[in-house]
Ligand binder design. Structure first.
Ligand code: AMP
Ligand code: MG
Length: 290
């Protein structure tokens, strides 16, 4: 079957709800295969033609996203917040680069959250986050987020348990407030295997053009892999709500990860049924004189 026909067959079938974590369900990441390609093609995920068809689909979705983002900007009514979390080398940067390729930079922002500065640490943990949430017509991508405050902070004991354990409820309430005020929130966990992380970190050592990404601190976190998986499970379980859902994306295969995330974003934006603002009344009678 030619590649484009495979694409057509698979296009309509992608049910994003299959990746969505329903409120109140428990999450066991060990039961989700990071190599799998759900809603795309479970049987032939290793097939080369399948991968090629997948890449073609990403390009199609990318064009759709470009149009939707223009509409978002023109309408100026909705605010879109995309949160991306993953282990180191989980593909956060690559996702942003590929999924948002070609969107109009005027309406899209990326906020990356590093270890807090001393000024940030002198405030509550949501203070630095709130400053970066999207305004009307904007789409903002969080590369890491307030979730670090229940992930790295929990695993590495950066604050005492009595303090971080209350944060799940703060986060749910904070996000609900944003939603109630007009923000649409979509949260992604990029799920890779420890082996895949090992290969990606090794590549950062082996390839000169990737050396800059190598951070020996990543190895400290890698040693705590199991604890991080538990921390992610807790965070996802406790903060995936009807209005602010988490999607767990099997992310060992980058092309599949890009399809799945694009599908979720495109379908979510389509569900908003945005419209271009009405033309001014007198526009039909106008012509531009030369
Ligand atoms: P990178 O994304 O590779 O540039 O790394 C950013 C680093 O900042 C990661 O090691 C994160 O765990 C760390 N980081 C981000 N937010 C926080 C936070 N709230 N507390 C402590 N460390 C953080
Ligand atoms: Mg890093």
């Amino acid at each position: 079957m030619p590649g484009h026909e495979i694409v057509r067959q698979l296009v309509m079938a992608f049910d994003i709800n299959a990746l969505r974590v329903k409120p109140g369900t428990s999450v066991d990441l060990s039961t989700i295969d990071p190599d799998s390609t759900p809603q795309w093609s479970d049987k032939q995920s290793g097939d080369v033609s399948n991968k090629e068809a997948g890449k073609a689909r990403v390009l199609e979705l990318n064009e759709r996203l470009e149009s939707l983002q223009e509409l978002l900007y023109a309408e100026g009514k909705h605010r879109i917040l995309v949160v991306i979390q993953a282990m180191d080398a989980g593909g956060k940067d690559g996702t942003i680069k590929h999924v948002f390729e070609g969107v109009n930079p005027s309406g899209v922002k990326v906020a990356a959250f590093k270890a807090p500065t001393s000024n940030e640490r002198a405030h509550d943990y949501l203070w630095r986050i709130h400053q970066h949430v999207p305004a009307n017509g904007q789409l903002t991508i969080f590369n890491r987020s307030h979730y670090e405050d229940v992930l790295v902070v929990r695993v590495m004991d950066l604050v005492e348990k009595d303090r971080w354990k209350k944060r799940y409820d703060h986060i749910v309430n904070f996000e609900q407030m944003l939603v109630d005020e007009g923000t649409t929130i979509i949260k992604f966990f990029l799920h890779i295997s420890k082996e895949e992380q090992g290969q990606r970190l090794q590549e950062r050592l082996d390839r000169p053009e990737k050396n800059w990404k190598f951070d020996s601190g990543d190895l400290v976190h890698r040693e705590r892999w199991g604890d991080y998986q538990k921390a992610f499970e807790a965070a996802i379980e406790r903060t995936s709500t009807e209005d602010s859902p988490w999607y767990v994306i099997p992310a060992n295969r980058k092309w599949y990860r890009n399809i799945a995330i694009s599908e979720v974003i495109v379908q979510t934006l389509e569900s908003l049924q945005m419209e271009f603002p009405p033309a001014p009344d007198d526009i039909a009678a106008m012509t531009i004189a030369n």
